[in-house]
Write a protein that binds this ligand. Sequence first.
Ligand code: F0G
Length: 352
Amino acid sequence: MAVQGVIDRYRPLLNIPEYTQTVTLLEGSTPLIPMPKIAEVLGKGCKVWVKFEGLNPTGSFKDRGMTVAISEAVGRGAKAVICASTGNTAASAAAYAARSGLRAIVLIPKGKVAAGKLAGAVAYGADVFQINGSFDDALSLVVEISNRTPIALVNSLNPFRLEGQKTAAFEICDELGFSPDWLCLPVGNAGNISSYWMGFKEYNELKGTPKPRILGVQAEGSAPLVLGHPVENPETIATAIRIGKPARGEQALEAAEESNGRIISVSDDAILSAQCMLAASGVWVEPASAAGLAGLLHEIKAGKFNADGKKITIVCTGHGMKDPDIIAHSMPAPRLITARAEDLEAAILGEK
Ligand code: F0G
C-alpha cells in the first residue's frame, strides 16, 4: 500500500465537504508498538500497545486533525488560520499552513510552551504571539478574532479537527483486527478523547467492532473534568495539558460515561515516572503523553483496575524531543569526566 495521509486513507468515513482540498504531510499510520515489559508490570496475561503519535510529521497527533482542518480551510478559500496552543497545535497548524501557502497565526501562553514546539512553529514560519495568560485566555481571544474576521479557527472547536483525529481509532482497530478493552490517553482541551470515542463508535456501527472503555487522564493541577469545575490557574509540568477550561469538556465526559470508563487525575511525579518507564522500553514521549500510562498505574495501585488478561492501548500523543528541557526536571544530567581513556574506563566500570 502506498503511503497515504489520513484523508486519502479514510476519506469515505470522514464527514468533510466536497470542496475540501487535501493538504497532507502523509500523517497518520503511526506504529502500534507492543510493550511486553510494561504489560508484565500491569497484570497477568495482559497485552499492552503504545499508539505512538509522536511519530507524526510534526511530532504529535495534532497532524491528523490539522490535515483535515487546513484542507477544509483551503477548499473554502481561507487565506489565514489562527489557533491558541500549548505548543503542538501551533507547530502543526504552522506546518500545514506553510505547505498550503496560508498564513498561520498562533497565540501561546508565555513561558509555558516547550522548546521543541515553539521552535517548530517558528521554523514553519508562523506568526507567533504570546500573552501573559493561560491557554484558556488565548483560546477565548482567538475564538473572538475568528468570529470577527475571515481567519479560520483551527483549534479543536473546529469540527474538522475531530474528523481527522478519529482516524487514530480506525487505525487501532484495523491493525489489531479488534478493538482493545481499554484505551488510555491524556486529556487537555478534550478534543482527542472526543475524537477517539467518535471513531470507535463509528467503527462499531459500521463493522461491529466492539468499543473500548476509555480512561482519560488529566494532571492534578489542571483537572477541571475531575473536579467538576474550571481551574483558573492550571499548573502542571505536562504543559501540553495545562488547561483549565477544556473546550470539548462536555463531550469528553460523555465519552468517559458512554464507554463505561472514567476521567481521573494524576500527580506530576506520577507522569514523570511513567515517562521514564516508557523510555525504559525505548519509547520517549513528552510528559503529557505519559499521562495515560500514569493513570493506568494509578488505578491499578488503588485497586480500581484489574489489568489481568486485558488488551490495553496507551495513546502517546507527542514525541519526547518536543520537550527536551525535561531532563533538567526528572532525569540525571550526564556525569562530567576528564577527557582521558582511563577516566572513561573507570567511570564505565563504576570505580570513580
Ligand atoms: N498530549 C499532547 C502532547 C498535547 O499536545 C495535547 C494537547 C494533549 C495531549 C491533549 O489533547 O487537548 O485534545 O485533550 N495540546 C493542545 C495544543 C492543547 O495546543 O497543542 P486534547
